[in-house]
Design a protein around this ligand. Structure first.
Ligand code: DC
Length: 219
């Protein structure tokens, strides 16, 4: 069985998917990390996000792969683990822009489909239920209001002692939502057969329980 979880940035997809993978004994595949690893390469090479030809040529030439260490997904960029470098806002914003290009999507979608063929997976992203795994047995569209998502992000940054401002975080989130939902190729949208789960008023365990219930019904 494959489980697809899509939704906007900050809705809690990876936290929920990791817990579900543990409970169900599935492999968790974080596809956003792959787009981020490519974006990191473009940033490090000084390639402009708006230069589609340069981004596409670079995407063709690089190698992205994943491996698991102690159950944790590691993303390898040309053979080097880049997990520690891809969580910065700058990388997320670059990934949101460059993921709109066909050359980037084609390469990563193929890789994701190959991984899903080898094991039962819980895969999260933006286009998993609509494009990567259209036959997934369970499809979830996990969302939350932009204010809730901004408050969660604010809490995470404040905990790390990073200076931040709730309103600029919310504005960034809304801009990213807009880009992810309005690009031409595989925009973020709820698949027709996906179940909508709004986590604005729910705790992590409640969301996990709700999705487990859906999985049990489908099995
Ligand atoms: O989930 P995330 O924040 O790590 O994703 C970073 C960006 O990558 C996101 O803004 C859009 C892109 N992305 C995508 O286009 N398709 C996916 N399946 C996953 C991520």
């Amino acid at each position: 069985m494959n489980i697809a979880i899509d939704g906007p940035a900050g809705a809690g997809k990876s936290t929920i998917a990791k817990k579900l993978a543990k409970d169900l004994g599935y492999i968790y595949v974080d596809t956003g990390a792959m787009y981020r690893a490519m974006a990191l390469y473009f940033l490090e090479q000084g390639i402009s996000a708006s230069d589609e030809a340069a981004v596409s040529a670079a995407a063709d030439g690089i190698d992205i792969s994943i491996r698991y260490e102690g159950g944790q997904q590691q993303v390898l960029l040309n053979g080097t683990d880049v997990n520690g470098k891809i969580r910065r806002e700058e990388v997320g914003n670059m990934a949101s822009v460059t993921s709109a290009y066909p050359a980037v999507r084609k390469k990563l979608v193929l890789l994701q489909q190959k991984i899903a063929k080898t094991a039962d997976v819980i895969m999260d992203g933006r286009d998993i239920g609509t494009c990567v795994l259209p036959d997934a047995e369970v499809k979830i569209y996990l969302t939350a209001s932009s204010l809730t998502r901004a408050k969660r992000r604010y809490g995470e940054l404040a905990e790390k002692g990073e200076e931040c401002d709730l309103y600029s975080i919310r504005r960034d989130i809304e801009e990213r939502d807009y880009r992810d939902m309005h690009r031409k190729l595989s925009p973020l949208r709820q698949a027709d057969d996906a179940v909508l789960v709004d986590s604005s008023e729910l705790g992590i365990d409640e969301v996990v329980e709700e999705i487990l219930k859906i999985c049990r019904e489908r099995q």
